[in-house]
Design a protein around this ligand. Structure first.
Ligand SMILES: [Zn+2]
Length: 85
């Protein structure tokens, strides 16, 4: 589940992924201890679920017939539209 999509920084926050523990010292914070925080993850590290084969896959870039860059699934070789996550 993607919690936040921080487009401007190319980072996303994903539920249960990239949890960092922050140690809070008593003082300014109300409670001392360890707090778990979901840290933003760069989109290049997020696996895409391919719309064609429904597998988590790596994305490659190649030139299409018009010479434009096109993203494709390295598993099934299908082009991935821009609108896909
Ligand atoms: Zn695929």
């Amino acid at each position: 589940m993607v919690r936040q999509n921080l487009m401007e920084r190319d980072r996303v926050v994903i539920e249960g992924v990239n949890i960092v523990k922050k140690h809070i010292k008593r003082g300014r914070a109300r409670q001392a201890g360890i707090v778990e925080v979901e840290a933003p993850l760069h989109v290049s590290n997020v696996r895409l679920i391919c719309p064609s084969c429904s597998e988590p896959t790596r994305v490659g870039v190649r030139a299409d017939a018009d010479g434009k860059n096109q993203r494709y699934c390295k598993k099934c070789d299908e082009a991935i539209p821009r609108s896909a996550a």
